[in-house]
Design a protein around this ligand. Structure first.
Ligand SMILES: C[S@@+](CC[C@H](N)C(=O)[O-])C[C@H]1O[C@@H](n2cnc3c(N)ncnc32)[C@H](O)[C@@H]1O
Length: 245
């Protein structure tokens, strides 16, 4: 029960959404699976002539989405299965933490066939993926799946790939600069064990939409009131479409 801080809470049949701080709230929510896309830690300055083509850069900086997060809020006892997106620059720290605390840790990639043009005396944002047959270059973003004994990945054999391909969302979709595509979130929810999926950095609620679609329960936390309102709206729509009356 949440008693010392009283955040704004919106409850629906399969979702509970908190407007508040993940660092305050997450450890009070009990045992849940985490599926989350936290603020990345990276240098988002520069970009030169490419920056103008990457509309999201300034909003990412303005909202602090380049400042990282405290990964010790991931609790190996409370969160027996965890899927977490991260930037290249966070991989070493996150993998060290997760390897020390979880039974198995697997790195996955989301392959984006529409790479951001943002590079200036640097590589693409994450990892380049070159398709020899077509001469195409994709950008990739990492996500890590870690689990404890008894909380292994789930899903049918053909769904157990460690990659998923989907175009990045337009930078202004839902007024948020880093909305994750449905195909990516659907794949992740298909593979993660746990009846209750929690996203402590839910943004516009993409993880929640996928969880509700898949018949799971969802708990989300978001501290930005504008994005919280969008998540409430998206989760209401997901209930209309996927939860029988
Ligand atoms: C990378 S975005 C997630 C976007 C989400 N995957 C989507 O598809 O909309 C991270 C979100 O975490 C929120 N956030 C950052 N720090 C937070 C905190 N301490 N507590 C709660 N939310 C936080 C930001 O406002 C942002 O919307």
């Amino acid at each position: 029960m949440l008693d010392t801080v009283t955040p704004t809470v919106v409850t629906m049949e399969r979702a509970t959404l908190y407007l508040g701080d993940a660092n305050e709230l997450l450890h009070r929510l009990g045992r849940v699976a985490l599926v989350t896309d936290p603020p990345y830690l990276f240098d988002n300055s520069g970009g030169g002539t490419f920056r103008a083509a990457r509309g999201a850069s300034d909003q990412i900086v303005a909202e602090g989405l380049d400042q990282g997060f405290d990964h010790t809020i991931i609790n190996p006892l409370l969160h027996p299965s965890v899927v977490i997106f991260c930037h290249n620059d966070q991989l070493a720290d996150l993998l060290t933490y997760l390897n020390g605390n979880y039974r198995r840790v697997c790195v996955h990639v989301w392959i984006k066939p529409n790479p951001s043009p943002h590079r200036n005396k640097h590589y693409l944002a994450d990892t380049e993926f070159y398709v020899v047959a077509s001469d195409d270059i994709s950008d990739t973003e990492f996500f890590i799946h870690a689990w404890q004994e008894g909380h292994h990945p789930v899903g049918a054999h053909p769904d157990m790939h460690r990659h998923v391909t989907a175009a990045s969302q337009p930078s202004k979709l839902w007024g948020h600069p880093t909305v994750k595509p449905d195909a990516v979130m659907d794949k992740i929810i298909t593979n993660v064990a746990g009846e209750i999926i929690c996203d402590p950095f839910m943004g516009t609620g993409s993880s929640g939409v996928a969880a509700v679609k898949a018949g799971r329960r969802f708990i989300g936390i978001e501290h930005n009131p504008k994005h919280f309102a969008t998540a409430v709206e998206r989760l209401r729509l997901a209930h209309e479409d996927h939860v029988p009356p």
